[in-house]
Design a protein around this ligand. Structure first.
Ligand code: A2H
Length: 256
């Protein structure tokens, strides 16, 4: 953990359809007419056009929390719920009512609507073993064009769909080019994972290096080639996309 606070964009991915394993655990607990959202924390809001799935840690314990009574319920880690309640995100300061207990594995296969994503029919919740329970919300939206972790996990899920008990198609939605960079082209994460010969999401050391390279190149030299701010630099576009999402009530600021 660093000494300066991390300013995340917390995105609201509305649930469209629960899998059977989740249904039995939430039955009668969410009022009619209310929405449940998976809430990933991201540092790259300008990449949200390319979301093609969203990750949870399969063994992590999550809750569904009542953020706005009768209206909005968030699927996040207990730790994040507590933090959010002290950032005026929930109805009442310091109060974070939990309405259901679920493990990541229970919600694999959930269909959610991902704001700004080109995949308008929705994206699936999928397992990622490297998700940390102690960072962000414990939910990580996947942008395989620009995040080496996301790209490596997606390839692994495709290869071992049966082992992970998922439909291969859920991990096979198109990868959208969003940012052009001088060194790595327009699919930075794919380029780095391939040239560095990263074969598995467990290659932690190499992935950390790829992540660093991708972040620096994208932020300082990247140019948007998709969306409302195409033509602008990533540095310029980042706060603009973030504000658009917040104004549309599709995201909020979250820090820790
Ligand atoms: B980023 P920092 Cl396109 N466990 O969002 C593991 N990773 C987590 C996490 C958790 N609990 N919570 C958030 N993250 C990821 C987009 C993205 C991200 C792109 C490129 C790089 C990138 C799409 N995934 O992050 O440790 C989230 O993934 C690389 C820095 O707080 C979040 O932003 O600095 C980032 O890590 C937060 O990392």
């Amino acid at each position: 953990e660093g000494v300066t606070p991390q300013e995340y964009t917390a995105l609201k991915l509305r649930v469209k359809e629960w899998p059977e394993a989740a249904k039995s655990k939430i039955e009668g607990k969410i009022p009619e007419g209310a929405n449940v959202y998976f809430v990933p924390a991201t540092l790259r809001p300008e990449t949200m056009y390319g979301q093609n799935c969203c990750f949870v840690g399969p063994t992590i314990e999550y809750g569904i929390y009542e953020a706005k009574k009768g209206k909005e319920y968030y699927f996040i880690s207990d730790r994040a719920a507590r933090n959010m309640s002290f950032q005026s995100i929930f109805d009442e300061w310091g109060v974070f009512p939990k309405v259901a207990d679920l493990k990541g594995a229970d919600v694999v296969g959930t269909l959610v609507n991902a704001p700004l994503s080109v995949h308008k029919d929705g994206v699936r919740i999928l397992p990622m073993e490297s998700v940390k329970a102690t960072k962000g919300t414990g939910v990580v939206t996947s942008v395989p064009s620009d995040s080496p972790d996301d790209y490596a996990t997606m390839m692994d899920l495709q290869k071992k769909a049966e082992y992970y008990k998922i439909n291969k198609e859920w991990a096979s939605l198109d990868i959208l080019p969003i940012i052009e960079t001088p060194s790595y082209g327009n699919l930075t994460a794919k380029h780095l994972v391939e040239t560095m010969k990263i074969n598995s999401p467990k290659d932690a050391k190499q992935l950390a290096e790829a992540k660093e390279l991708a972040y620096k190149e994208g932020f300082y030299k990247g140019k948007m080639i998709y969306g409302d701010f195409a033509g602008k630099s990533v540095e310029e576009a980042k706060p603009l996309v973030r504000q658009q999402l917040i104004d549309a009530d599709e995201a909020f600021a979250y820090s820790e």
